[in-house]
Design a protein around this ligand. Structure first.
Ligand code: HPA
Length: 258
């Protein structure tokens, strides 16, 4: 049995309509859904494994109201030594299972002073600073009007305000220098992070609707006076996780309705 056949067999009675990639600090979303089935990445042949200690990756199938979702806890990055195939493996699973809508979340550094750390921003376009995506179609980085409409409706319904911004994708693993952030800002970037952009593009290229969000966890390097720390990123993610989860669960209803 191939990897995909195995996955289809494991989830054979399932018919999820929404796939969710859970970024740093958003795993608590799983406490608010009715969990039906789990599958650890370690039980999928040839599937990449999370290299971050204590961060076991798994797929979780569950229900939000009457909408079936498949959440991916743990994702893969270039800075872990993975290539594009591995980085895309989660959205490829969503696609193989017939999922039509993908919500992607991440923690990101904030460059745009019109917002503050803790804000949630919808990613409306991206800048690739890695240049490691061969043959992707640039227009797929751009948010569509339908996607934006659903995201804004969910913002109104949930009472959680939503910004919008351009996400700059870097390979990491280090955070940026103040000079790099100055440069990214001058290019029109609002947020900076080490994930999400290739998943967005691949999923749209394969006909899925994509709703990509950043939790702005910290001022990007050089914008605030003190150097940024990983602790600050985690602290903000923890502080915002309830609002972010409430927002994402509300969005699921609007997508499900569409
Ligand atoms: N830079 C890059 N990635 C990040 C940051 C940052 O400031 N914050 C969270 N992820």
């Amino acid at each position: 049995m191939t990897q995909i056949e195995g996955l289809k067999d494991h989830f054979r009675d399932a018919n999820p309509t929404i796939g969710i990639v859970l970024g740093s600090g958003l795993n608590n979303l799983l406490d608010s859904i009715d969990i039906q089935k789990k599958l650890s990445y370690t039980d999928i042949p040839d599937f990449p494994q999370s290299t971050v200690l204590g961060h076991q990756g798994e797929f979780v199938l569950g229900k939000v109201n009457d909408i079936q979702i498949l959440a991916a806890k743990g994702r893969f990055h270039f800075y872990e030594g993975y290539g594009l195939d591995e980085v895309l493996s989660i959205v490829k699973v969503f696609y193989a299972l017939g999922i039509k809508h993908v919500i992607i979340t991440n923690a990101a550094g904030l460059m745009n002073p019109d917002h503050i750390p803790g804000d949630i921003l919808l990613i409306r376009n991206c800048i690739d600073m890695t240049k490691q995506t061969e043959k992707m179609q640039p227009h797929t980085a751009v948010l569509t009007e339908n996607e934006r409409k659903a995201a804004l409706k969910a913002s109104k319904a949930s009472g959680i305000s939503l910004g919008e911004g351009v996400y700059v994708w870097t390979t990491g693993p280090s955070y940026e220098t103040p000079a790099e952030i100055h440069y990214f800002r001058s290019l029109g970037g609002d947020l900076v992070g080490m994930s999400t952009m290739p998943e967005i593009m691949w999923a749209r290229e394969h006909g899925m609707q994509v709703y990509p969000f950043s939790c702005a966890t910290n001022w990007a390097a050089g914008i605030a006076s003190q150097p940024l720390t990983h602790g600050e990123v985690n602290e903000t993610a923890q502080r915002v996780k309830h609002d972010f989860t409430h927002y994402i669960l509300t969005l699921c209803k609007y997508i499900g309705d569409a």
